[in-house]
Write a protein that binds this ligand. Structure first.
Ligand SMILES: [Zn+2]
Length: 394
């Protein structure tokens, strides 16, 4: 909701416009000695209503005003904008529809009024009507790009990825810049096709998603999942390992799948070797492996058990709750069972905390989202590497 200051600012804007308008009218009156224009008194009364917050009266007066010219047009737009900002969308729609009914509007003014009306429909949740108007404005010289961007927002919110792709292609023509979003839309379509069991269609969409580096992680994850579903574990493993090499933060997503692939292919020993090799290249990966294993409830491999134990005993916070001497005195099986209980406790606590965070705006979530609901960035959300015990924002 707008603040008091918003209202006053809008009021001041209207006064400024009125002052200029009234001065011009008054000067004309003095100069040519012509009778006063009847609009002027209505207009000033309307402004008075706005300033006194008598919005019902202001609205009636403005929509009844016989003449809309260059001087008063901006004030109509300001009034419509003010109503929309205040959440009074019905009134904003009335102001803009009234403007559009005027026969003397130039094409630019008509487009501006249509754009404002489309924004009103959007605010009112009338997406089909907003879509229709923004589509009409797609070829407008001044507002085409803004209209297409609004259309994209509508299609993204409705998960209408084909229409989002078409609209982005129009934007590419207008702006001359290659869209990075189209790759993500194809990934969305590919993921949907994969979940529907149409793997050939999923592969076709994935081919179209290869446009730039954007969408690459997700595309690779989907390809790996398809290979896994088809029993091509060698290919799935190649792709999962490729993802880890590019960004080990995705260990949380990849480790459980790696284990399934290696185990189903009867290659557990190779998995142990693979993880050891990763750690020998970069010891910080022990932390990533332990964190992913605890969250994914993965165990049974020596290398993973060792990582979890180190993770728990070396962590400054966790270590303060654990008697290290007591742990050292336990038999190996008892020690492992104790570590496992701690890991289980951490997993339960993590269920109520954030697990992923947007690297662009800091939005927290419990699951991996490819499109940030807050800042609308694509592929900016990454798994956290530490347990967060506060509630996520969503
Ligand atoms: Zn974000």
């Amino acid at each position: 909701m707008p603040t008091e200051a918003t209202f006053l600012l809008a009021g001041l804007f209207v006064v400024a416009a009125a002052t200029g308008w009234a001065f011009a009218k008054f000067s004309n009156f003095r100069r040519d000695d012509s009778p006063s224009d009847p609009v002027s008194s209505d207009y000033l009364r309307g402004l008075n209503f706005v300033l006194n917050r008598q919005t019902d009266e202001a609205l009636e007066l403005f929509v009844r005003m016989a003449k809309v010219d260059d001087d008063t047009l901006e004030t109509h737009f300001a009034l419509g904008h003010l109503f929309r900002r205040r959440g009074e969308v019905d009134r904003a729609i009335r102001v803009h529809q009234n403007l559009l009914a005027r026969p003397n509007l130039s094409e630019d003014q008509r487009h501006q009024a249509l754009f404002s009306l489309a924004q009103d429909f959007l605010s009112a949740g009338l997406f089909d009507r907003a879509e229709k108007l923004f589509s009409e404005l797609g070829t407008s010289p001044g507002l085409g790009e803004a209209a297409l961007k609004n259309l994209v927002d509508i299609y993204e919110s409705q998960s209408d990825w084909m229409k989002a792709i078409e609209t982005h292609r129009e934007l590419e023509v207008l702006s001359g810049e290659k869209s990075t979003e189209i790759a993500h839309y194809y990934c969305e379509l590919a993921e949907r096709a994969r979940l529907d069991g149409d793997l050939d269609l999923a592969r076709r969409y994935l081919k179209s998603s290869v446009r730039s580096a954007t969408g690459a992680f997700r595309g690779t994850l989907i390809r790996a999942a398809i290979a896994q579903e088809e029993g091509d574990y060698a290919q799935a493993l190649r792709l999962y390992e490729q993802i880890l090499e590019a960004d080990y933060r995705l260990m949380v997503e990849v480790l459980p799948e790696l284990i399934i692939c290696y185990q189903t292919a009867g290659r557990e020993v190779e998995l142990e070797n693979y993880l050891q090799e990763l750690i020998s290249k970069d010891t910080s990966l022990k932390h990533a492996i332990a964190y992913a294993a605890i969250l994914g409830e993965v165990s049974g491999l020596n290398v993973i058990e060792t990582c979890i134990e180190e993770f728990v005993l070396k962590d400054k916070i966790f270590a303060s709750f654990i008697d290290e001497e007591y742990m050292a005195s336990l038999l190996p099986e008892e020690r492992q069972a104790a570590i496992q209980r701690i890991a289980n406790g951490l997993r339960s606590l993590a269920a109520s905390g954030a697990r992923y965070r947007c690297t662009t705006c800091g939005y927290n979530s419990q699951k991996l989202l490819w499109h940030c609901p807050s800042c609308k960035s694509w592929e900016s959300i990454r798994p956290l590497q530490r347990f967060q015990f506060e509630n996520p924002s969503a």
